[in-house]
Design a protein around this ligand. Structure first.
Ligand code: AMP
Length: 135
């Protein structure tokens, strides 16, 4: 994709701090890290989001994300690791080339988790049924 910043990174047109690559995926440091050591893992082929990414690439993703998460944990002495994956503008996706954020977390990093909501009477069942019906 001509105007995709991550395709440009894959093609070597834009520099990155490369962490890992194989025939299917590339991992590099996020330029604007949530915590230092924050890595982005992307498919080398252009797929705009999770839904657009073929299953075999997703399988490579999961395996590699685990491996990189472990390396980040050891290298940064992290207390935990978040894996994050945004799909669509409303979900915070800014770069429309699928990617997983692998983020080291520290007990004192001050970041807050998303607040949890509540279901009204009967809603939990309704949502579970609606989602099951689409599988
Ligand atoms: P998202 O909001 O999930 O689409 O995340 C896109 C991420 O890409 C952000 O965390 C950016 O900091 C990161 N990013 C954008 N441009 C670059 C770049 N040239 N090199 C590394 N990371 C980048």
């Amino acid at each position: 994709m001509q105007d995709c910043i991550f395709c440009k990174i894959v093609n070597g047109e834009i520099p990155c701090s490369k962490i890992y690559e194989d025939e299917k995926v590339l991992a590099f440091l996020d330029i604007s890290p949530i915590n230092k050591g924050h890595v982005l893992l992307i498919p080398k082929e252009h797929h705009k989001d999770l839904f657009d990414t073929p299953d075999d690439t997703l399988a490579a993703f999961a395996k590699t994300a685990k491996k990189i998460a472990k390396a980040i944990e050891q290298a940064t002495d992290a207390d935990g690791i978040n894996l994050g994956q945004n799909n669509g503008k409303a979900a915070g996706q800014e770069v429309f080339h699928a990617h997983i954020h692998i983020i080291p977390r520290f007990s004192d990093d001050g970041l807050k988790h998303w607040p949890g909501g509540k279901y009204k009477e009967g809603e939990e069942k309704e949502f579970a049924e609606k989602i099951r019906s689409k599988l």
